[in-house]
Design a protein around this ligand. Structure first.
Ligand SMILES: C[S@@+](CC[C@H](N)C(=O)[O-])C[C@H]1O[C@@H](n2cnc3c(N)ncnc32)[C@H](O)[C@@H]1O
Length: 252
């Protein structure tokens, strides 16, 4: 496997190669009790920000369809568009959800100019996926433009000051991100890491009115013991910056 740092590929090409090569085992990586609880938390957070009367949902970096399945649970009649640059992830999406009551776009979220402005009620990007865009600030601007008035956004980033990064003495602004379970040090993908304050700044600068950032999972991927879960939830609320995942919710 390549060391992408010296491979000469563009940011988006690195993302494409990485995610395409792990797509076949991506779903099984996140299937223990800890991740199921994280999923329950994500579903609750999506429900809290996206009204049930929502008509159209755009999911950026939709992967194999987890966000689609979550939204479908409380907006069964939504018009859903999922976008991702990795064709193997989208193939997994189609396998997981053969109903095909959705539209999938094979494209990067780095450039969303071809999508119609003010055409979505909700734009989501879950499980740190917004960090895989080459320019998170530009992404948040684009999301604002794509939303209808009163539309809402749920965008998730890798936290800069997470417990996981602190104990590994990682302080750079761009992380060599590895999906859980990958051990080969040369096999990674770049990801921006952002603090809560920075995320709030770019959301406000984009024009969003009601902005909030909450944290999810401090010990995930480090020590995933059942008794630790309530403690993790409590600490995440208290010290969101220590979390691996920072979720921005905002309204236009
Ligand atoms: C951590 S996975 C999350 C997938 C899905 N959102 C989920 O929660 O299961 C990150 C996803 O981002 C996609 N991705 C990475 N960079 C991207 C980009 N620039 N544009 C669109 N998708 C991208 C990858 O292909 C991958 O499917």
């Amino acid at each position: 496997m390549n060391d992408y740092g010296s491979s000469g590929l563009s940011w988006s090409e690195k993302q494409k190669v990485y995610w395409n090569s792990i797509a076949h085992f991506y779903d099984t990586t996140y299937s223990n009790f800890w991740y199921h609880r994280e999923d329950a938390g994500t579903l609750a957070a999506l429900k809290a920000v996206i009204p049930e009367r929502t008509v159209s949902v755009l999911e950026l970096a939709c992967g194999t369809g987890l966000g689609y399945s979550m939204c479908k649970q409380f907006i069964p009649d939504m018009k859903y568009i999922g976008l991702d640059l990795a064709d193997n992830m989208l193939a997994g999406f189609r396998r997981n959800y053969p109903d095909r009551t959705y539209q999938l776009l094979l494209q990067s979220m780095s450039n969303l100019d071809e999508l119609e402005p003010a055409s979505f009620d909700a734009v989501i990007c879950i499980y740190t996926s917004a960090s895989f865009c080459d320019d998170p600030g530009r992404l948040v601007d684009a999301v604002y433009r794509l939303l209808r008035p009163n539309g809402c956004a749920f965008l998730s980033f890798v936290g800069r000051w997470s417990f996981r990064r602190l104990i590994h003495l990682k302080f750079s602004r761009i992380e060599r991100f590895q999906t859980r379970g990958i051990r080969n040090p040369g096999f990674y993908v770049p990801a921006w890491v952002l603090s809560k304050r920075h995320i709030l700044q770019i959301a406000k600068a984009a024009g969003f009115a009601q902005v909030n950032v909450s944290g999810q999972s401090i010990f995930g991927g480090i020590v995933q013991l059942p008794w630790l879960w309530p403690f993790d939830c409590y600490l995440s609320r208290l010290l969101p910056d220590l979390c691996h995942t920072l979720n921005l919710t905002a309204n236009k």
